[in-house]
Ligand binder design. Structure first.
Ligand SMILES: Cc1ncc(COP(=O)(O)O)c(C=O)c1O
Length: 509
């Protein structure tokens, strides 16, 4: 027999009971407009593994440890996300000084504790801000003097001129990438959707944005057997297969690579540009790790430089390249600073791009100030140079040591192989899964790499991301780890990892 309350709920779901002053009342409510059945389906389709279920579980374990629950480890090591400062990296003194003075010029501009070069940088930035305040909106594309500093940095880096009008500041590189990708959408559905070529494995921002914009991912596999190189026959295969169900428009390249840690050779970049020309594609070059190159013989070549040097017949290729404050030796993820340089756009398209940026007003001006310091660091004749150099070299030196340590350690483990971490901040080792582990994963209804990573987390407190979150060739199993924990912590992490891996293999032998 149903109660009166149940009957009422059946009749009108929007009537709620409340008890007040000892009396039972009926309160008129309305049902939610949004449910997961009716929200934007493209948002529902988005996935972002780097902050996915394994990370939620890691946070729960941290709480359990805090509450005194006994575990075979005393802390969680978060090697799931490229968040440098969260893993212990210290901010660069000079960058913080400049941003601090920009933020509080009345008190700090005359403070003798702050060096003259930090003050002159801050003055220059503030001179470009409305009311000399970083609290004012900037031009939509960013503070003019900062764009000039970025252009000078690019000119100096590449040895070719850069026009500040081709640059816009953004809220982290993520925002710039989304802005350009949005511009490339066709506005149509079905097989007229824009096709976006992305590497597999990829940084999940790309698949998430493609899903959000209802575009069509065109997956090209990186060649794991050749240190994750980008092979032209594979690009050709993927675009040919995609033609029947979308309109290929964009080719995204991440160099140095995330999650794969490779650095593309100049020849490889030339071939990619040639391919983009032949296939009439817009190039998006994600170069946020341009300062993170460690391996002997590897060097960063910007797409802009290579394209410029390939000759006049390549100067019609539309190229957007992206940089960030979040990576390099700065690791200032929270400032959300970034820029995009877009070249060879049709002038009318540039107007439309600017309009779409204007609708967001501007990116955070403190993020822009941080970006300015990245492109305009102390020079050898300035007072802050020695400390700046020491801090920069410390971070990059440690990363280099850790890149080597991680590669060697994973390669020394049975049934594990890891390409050389040439750059960026990650390793993407492959686990040669024992058949019994594959069977067990099947029984549990989860991919084997997910099972591996969850067991690793539960038994050791190490949080890494399963390879399936980035994409991998079917039948292969990987995980991504950052190389960010401090050297001693990373050593400890790798020891915990080795013990776990040996136990895993003996369990499933
Ligand atoms: C390849 C790549 N591109 C873009 C981003 C986003 O950077 P930002 O913090 O500047 O948005 C990341 C962050 O990890 C990344 O790895």
């Amino acid at each position: 027999m149903r109660s009166a309350r149940q009957r009422l709920h059946t009749i009108c779901g929007h009537v709620k009971w409340s008890k007040e002053h000892g009396r039972v009342n009926l309160v008129q409510t309305r049902s939610k407009v949004l449910s997961t059945d009716n929200i934007n389906p493209f948002v529902k389709n988005m996935e972002y593994a780097v902050r996915g279920p394994i990370v939620i579980r890691a946070a729960e374990i941290e709480q359990e440890l805090k509450a005194g629950k006994s575990k075979p480890f005393s802390d969680v090591i978060r090697a799931n996300i490229g968040d440098c400062h969260a893993t212990g990296q210290k901010p660069l003194t000079f960058l913080r000084q400049v941003v601090a003075i920009c933020t509080d010029p009345d008190r700090l501009m005359d403070d003798p504790k702050y060096p003259a070069d930090a003050k002159s940088r801050a003055k220059r930035i503030l001179s470009g801000c409305g009311g000399q305040s970083i609290g004012a909106y900037s031009d939509s594309s960013g503070v003019r003097v900062i764009r000039e500093d970025i252009a000078a940095y690019i000119t100096n880096r590449d040895g070719h001129p850069c026009n500040p009008d081709n640059i816009f500041l953004c809220t982290g590189a993520s925002d710039g990438i989304k802005t350009i990708m949005k511009l490339c959408m066709t506005g149509e559905g079905g097989n007229k959707r824009a096709g976006v070529m992305i590497p597999i494995p990829q940084y999940p921002l790309y698949t998430a944005t493609i899903a959000e914009y209802n575009a069509c991912p065109i997956n090209y596999y990186l060649n794991e057997d050749n240190n994750w190189s980008l092979d032209i026959p594979e690009l050709k295969r993927s675009i040919q297969e995609a033609r029947s169900h979308c309109v290929p428009r964009v080719l995204c390249v991440i160099n140095p690579g995330n999650p794969t840690g490779q650095v593309l050779s100049r020849e490889n970049i030339e071939n990619v540009i040639q391919f983009a020309k032949e296939e009439n594609l817009i190039l998006m070059a994600d170069e946020v790790y341009q300062h993170n190159v460690y391996a002997k013989g590897s060097a960063f070549h910007s797409f802009k430089k290579v394209l410029t040097e390939m000759g006049p017949e390549y100067q019609d290729i539309e190229l957007a390249s992206f940089m960030s404050t979040s990576k390099g030796y700065m690791g200032e993820c929270g400032f959300r600073g970034g820029y995009c340089e877009a070249i060879n756009l049709d002038p009318d398209v540039k107007v439309q791009l600017l309009k779409s940026i204007s609708a967001k007003l501007c990116s955070s001006v403190s993020g822009q100030a941080a970006m300015d310091v990245v492109v305009n660091p102390p020079t050898s004749s300035e007072p802050s140079y020695p400390l700046f150099l020491k801090e920069k070299e410390q971070v990059l030196g440690d990363l280099k040591e850790k890149a080597k340590m991680v590669t060697e350690t994973f390669n020394s483990m049975d049934r594990m192989s890891c390409n050389v971490v040439q750059g960026a901040m990650y390793a993407f080792p492959q686990i040669n899964m024992p058949p019994a582990a594959l069977e067990e994963a099947k029984k549990r209804g989860v991919p084997a790499d997910v099972m591996y990573c969850f067991e690793l987390l539960e038994k050791t407190g190490i949080c890494v991301v399963p390879g399936s979150g980035f994409g991998q060739r079917p039948g292969t199993y990987h995980f991504r780890t950052t190389i960010l924990p401090p050297v001693e912590k990373l050593k400890e992490m790798l020891e915990r990892f080795r013990t776990f891996h040996e136990q895993f293999l003996s369990t499933y032998k």
